[in-house]
Design a protein around this ligand. Structure first.
Ligand SMILES: *Cc1c(COP(=O)(O)O)cnc(C)c1O
Length: 357
């Protein structure tokens, strides 16, 4: 079998060593003679997994004691609803930045719970840039941003400074770069882009912002109950949490977020340079807003796109077909993707251009 280079946007590549260890645990978890899939979540052996996963998040993000770490069900899409349910009263306003499909969905759900003010949008330009000049009303309960726009390939290079509470969907760039995570009051991320398998969500929340809304929150939706029960209010997605824990261990062994950020910068620079230098290809977004995680580009002659896809497939390159809303190509460069895979892709672009010259 030729080597596979996995550029999928999500679910996406994870470290090979994580797959190996996880597959062993499916057969015999920590020499217990039991599969990770058949152990109780209240056992001490799983408690140790949950404890380690949460501790690794705290350590890798350098969180202070006000910030609680939760692993919850439901994907990032559930957080579109759960965040305003916990933070926004029906007469209050939440401020939203509208930078793509995922923000738009978050806005729709927030409107079910309170008022929404869209403080900026790049919709008129098919979300090809990150808005810079906007004002947030002082009385807005929180400002919501999507730190990386997975579909369009834009990323906030500078997190907006605001006196309001800051809430972020970090699904597709969590653990990819160093930020001052304590400046956020709430961060959520579906695991399947850069942290683990599908089926679990990471929520990091400043506990001081909870308990301020008047509505009655259903038990399973109330973050405070999950905090009280140590993320084990009900049966957690045991296997997904386990694989996240292994991935976070791997990240720590690489040297942590600062080290992986350097590598991510290198990978992204390598690919963007190849796009800019190649007469056949064009990047689709504003240069200063380019995502280091999801690189979107098109061919100047779109009739060549099918044949370029076939050409790359022969080299083991998978997952680069662009999202239907953007077209062309999207190469996702998540933490576990090695620089060598990026080099295989840029080499293919180069060779294809020579063939067509
Ligand atoms: C993928 C993605 C989502 C949706 O995640 P689900 O887990 O499928 O609900 C939300 N926000 C961003 C930024 C994403 O990339």
């Amino acid at each position: 079998m030729t080597a596979v280079h996995n550029f999928n946007a999500g679910p996406s590549i994870l470290p090979k060593s994580v797959f190996e260890e996880a597959s062993k645990a499916v057969l015999n978890f920590n020499d217990t003679g039991l599969s990770i899939l058949e152990i109780g979540h209240r056992t001490s052996i799983f408690q140790a997994v949950m404890d380690e996963a949460r501790a690794l998040v705290k350590e890798l993000m350098q969180l202070d004691d006000d910030h609680e770490v939760l692993f919850l069900h439901g994907g990032a899409s559930t957080q579109f609803m759960q965040v305003p349910m916990n933070l926004l009263d029906d007469k209050e306003t939440a401020a939203f930045t509208d930078t793509g499909v995922w923000s738009t969905k978050a806005i729709k759900e927030a409107k079910l719970f309170g008022k929404v003010e869209i403080v900026c949008s790049s919709k008129e330009a098919n979300f090809t840039y990150i808005p810079k000049d906007f004002a947030v009303p002082n009385d807005a309960k929180y400002l919501h941003i999507t730190t990386n726009n997975t579909i369009y390939g834009t990323q906030w290079q500078n997190i907006p400074k605001t006196s309001n509470s800051l809430v972020a969907d970090m699904s597709s760039d969590i653990f990819s770069r160093v930020l001052d995570f304590n400046t956020f009051d709430l961060i959520y991320a579906g695991a399947q882009k850069n942290m683990g398998p599908a089926g679990v969500n990471l929520v990091v929340v400043n506990k001081n912002i909870l308990g301020k809304v008047k509505r009655t929150i259903p038990t399973i939706m109330d973050y405070r109950n999950h905090i009280k029960e140590g993320s084990m209010l009900n049966t957690p997605p045991v296997f997904a949490v386990y694989v996240c824990m292994l991935t976070l261990r791997w990240l720590k062994a690489q040297g942590g977020v600062a080290v992986i950020e350097k590598l991510n910068n290198e990978k992204a620079a390598f690919l963007y340079t190849a796009i800019d230098d190649n007469p056949l290809f064009t990047g689709t977004v504003n240069k200063e807003d380019r995502s280091k995680m999801n690189v979107c580009f098109v061919m100047n002659d779109t009739s060549l796109e099918e044949s370029f896809l076939r050409f790359t497939k022969e080299q083991g390159i998978v997952g680069i077909k662009g999202h239907r809303l953007v077209g062309g190509f999207r190469a996702s460069l998540y933490n576990a993707l090695p620089l060598s895979s990026v080099k295989v892709l840029t080499q293919a672009m180069h060779e294809f251009a020579l063939q067509k010259a």
